[in-house]
Write a protein that binds this ligand. Structure first.
Ligand SMILES: *Cc1c(COP(=O)(O)O)cnc(C)c1O
Length: 220
């Protein structure tokens, strides 16, 4: 059986390999270990193997396991990668170091208020509905210019753009499109790529990849 350290090493070397043709440096790509659904006992070996950046998709679940893990490892960085309800903005700001799912004006207002109240300015990625899928979260592409302007005016640090491409189709064109939108709007960071496609995302400019299954195995 592969252990956490072996899996981490494999993902890291895949990232380094994907950097080469793109003439990128591996240290310019941050690996977010997506630990949703996994308990502290499953996460601990990855921390022991040196991983420090983790991602969760639900505020409540993260509140249950991360305060204790972080007390033991204060250098851990926690990213919220899932959709966020405005009424959870204060809790999200209190717990997370980076938020990847800022996608609408009402959430922007709630987060700006929560950050001012907490005196903590959490960098946020603007999530883009890159495949224009009606059911999916993310800012509609047509609304992106105005929304980015509103984010910049709010004082919330803009970390970059984030996307989840449509399932069951080639992700590369969507990653390339997100990179183009970022370039067009003078945005630097790109949060894109999951277990099935993170190497492609790295070749196309991802600065953050969000990898769960390849590190922890399949979720229930
Ligand atoms: C679960 C999740 C991931 C990780 O998915 P894997 O396929 O397990 O790597 C990445 N991003 C988001 C937004 C997720 O919800």
């Amino acid at each position: 059986m592969e252990n956490a350290a072996t899996r981490l090493e494999a993902v890291r070397s895949n990232i380094a390999r994907a950097c080469k043709p793109a003439r990128r440096k591996p240290e310019d790509v941050t690996l977010i270990a997506v630990s949703k659904t996994h308990d502290a006992a499953t996460i601990q070996p990855l921390i022991d193997a040196g991983q420090r950046v983790f991602g969760e998709n639900r505020v409540q679940e993260a509140q249950g396991k991360w305060p204790a893990l972080r007390a033991a490892h204060p250098d851990i960085e926690l990213h919220l990668i899932g959709q966020l309800q405005s009424n959870k903005a204060e809790e999200a700001v209190a717990l997370f170091d980076v938020i990847h799912s800022l996608d609408r004006p009402s959430l922007l207002t709630a987060l700006a208020k929560a950050m001012d109240k907490a005196g903590k300015h959490v960098p946020c990625f603007v999530q883009v509905n890159i495949g224009d899928e009606p059911q999916k979260g993310g800012c509609p592409i047509a609304d992106l210019p105005a929304f980015l302007e509103a984010v910049r005016a709010s004082g919330i640090p803009l970390a970059g753009l984030m996307c989840i491409p449509p399932a069951d189709t080639e992700a590369a064109p969507f990653f390339a499109f997100l990179a183009k939108l970022a370039a067009d709007h003078g945005v630097d960071g790109l949060s894109m790529g999951m277990s099935g496609d993170y190497e492609t995302a790295v070749m196309l400019g991802a600065s953050y990849v969000r990898v769960g299954t390849a590190l922890f195995g399949a979720r229930d």
